[in-house]
Design a binder for this molecule. Structure first.
Ligand SMILES: [Zn+2]
Length: 61
C-alpha cells in the first residue's frame, strides 16, 4: 500500500506542517486550506500547484 506525504518545508516554507494521505489528490484540498490559514495564500496557482505536486512524496509499505 502506498501513502503520500507532503511537508511545507519541502516547498521552502519555514513551517512544520505535514500531511499524509492515500493519494496525492486527497492532500491538495488540505494543503490549500493550510496555505490559506497559515500563509495567507488565497489561491494556489498553477506554479504553486506544480511545486506542491513535486514535493509530495510517495511511500510504499
Ligand atoms: Zn505551512
Amino acid at each position: 500500500m502506498a501513502s503520500y506525504h507532503f511537508r511545507c518545508k519541502d516547498i521552502g516554507m519555514s513551517c512544520d506542517f505535514r500531511i499524509s494521505g492515500k493519494s496525492a489528490e486527497e492532500l491538495l484540498p488540505d494543503i490549500a486550506e493550510h496555505a490559506k490559514s497559515a500563509h495567507g495564500i488565497e489561491e494556489i496557482d498553477d506554479q504553486l500547484k506544480q511545486k506542491v505536486g513535486s514535493a509530495i512524496k510517495k511511500r510504499i509499505f
